[in-house]
Write a protein that binds this ligand. Structure first.
Ligand code: PMP
Length: 353
């Protein structure tokens, strides 16, 4: 049976539960700075045109994304969040009995998308330090494998795949396996050796790179994600999508956010500061997995108990990842929120802050 996706508690649910208390919401890897101010302004100006259908081809968004990455617009497909695109990829490539290969732990939507198509999910564990086991991923591929998912920086571990690991994996895979690299958090990453999109990657017909406006750009509520791949592949996936899958304000907001370099810079700086703040927990003997994303895994002993104890303090984190029962995943907040969360964590874990 397919279990529906269980997102982190929503803002609305929390408000009902906690009343007027200040909620520190660090459970969905959202941007603590909020939306790009330029996006808010652009959306406000667009509201009088809401009686008109959006551009079904998302032409202006695709052009802006193409400029941003130095590629061509026909190599871009825009969706109602990257979740939408994961589903589109599943619908395009999978038939009952097919298989996908997915790292574990990683983002759960890859598996859901496959299950909906009656395809089988092969989970390949990451190594104990949460880096990719490239050999094991390649070995998990069978003649029925249609898609291999990679997530870098990986959710929920924050670890990255290196460019050389990617090249080794691609070389070991049959050409008819489509490799989806989910880069939802790549624009937070600093590791120079990590896999990053290069325009000439798109000469390969079997690789796609997935991005979102939900994280760095602070637009999770707007729902815009995009896939970059070879134009022929993009054309193939277009056939499956809804005619107006990205709404009018989402298109306008995404373009403005992409141009808001100041908001991007501030958001990246916030993550760097948070890495420093959480890094200091190591001095207390607490393991924090080094992260290239806007969140980190902290080893806390009993993850569920720590989650509950923090929740009583109106601090929301994430737990319940299979195989990661001794960890909580904490989204980076403002410096003040991080300090409050770290102090609460130390207290809950029996250390004096
Ligand atoms: N990929 C990864 C790795 C994610 O963590 C998320 C958000 N949790 C998504 C994709 C989906 O993002 P969205 O649908 O908001 O674009």
């Amino acid at each position: 049976a397919i279990e529906p996706y269980k997102p982190g508690l929503s803002d609305e649910t929390l408000r009902r539960e906690l009343g007027n208390r200040r909620i520190i919401k660090l459970n969905s890897n959202e941007n603590a700075l909020g939306p790009s101010p330029l996006a808010i302004e652009a959306i406000r100006k667009e509201l009088p045109r809401l009686h008109l259908y959006p551009d079904g081809a998302s032409d202006l968004v695709r052009a802006a994304i193409a400029r941003h990455h130095g590629i061509s617009p026909d190599q871009v497909l825009v969706g109602n969040g990257s979740d939408d695109i994961i589903k589109l990829i599943s619908e395009t490539f999978l038939e009952p009995g097919d298989e996908i290969v997915v790292p574990h732990p990683s983002f759960s939507q890859y598996g859901f998308g496959a299950q909906v198509m009656d395809a089988r999910v092969r989970l390949v564990p990451l190594k104990p330090d949460f880096t990719y086991d490239v050999d094991a991923m390649a070995e998990a591929v069978t003649p029925r494998t249609k898609i291999v998912y990679l997530c870098t920086p990986n959710n929920p571990t924050g670890t990255v795949m290196k460019r050389r690991e990617f090249e080794a994996l691609i070389a070991a895979l049959p050409d008819d396996v489509f490799v989806v690299v989910d880069m939802a958090y790549d624009n937070y990453a600093l590791d120079e050796e990590r896999l990053q999109l290069r325009p000439d990657d798109l000469q390969r017909g079997n690789v796609g790179f997935l991005f979102t406006f939900s994280k760095l750009y602070g637009l999770a509520g707007l729902r815009v994600g995009y896939l970059i791949a070879n134009a022929d592949v993009i054309q193939f996936i277009h056939r499956v999508r809804e005619p107006f899958n990205v709404n009018r304000v989402a298109q306008i907001g995404a373009i403005a956010a992409l141009e808001d370099v100041e908001h991007v810079r501030r958001s990246q700086a916030l993550a760097s500061q948070a890495r420093f703040q959480y890094g200091r927990m190591a001095e207390r003997g607490i393991r924090v997995v080094p992260s290239e994303a806007n969140f980190c895994l902290v080893e806390v002993g009993d993850g569920a108990a720590v989650f509950e104890a923090l929740r009583r303090r109106a601090i929301l984190v994430r737990t319940g990842f299979r195989g990661l029962e001794s960890y909580v995943r904490i989204t980076f907040g403002t410096p003040e929120e991080n300090d409050m969360c770290i102090a609460a964590l130390l207290e809950v874990m029996g250390q004096t802050p």
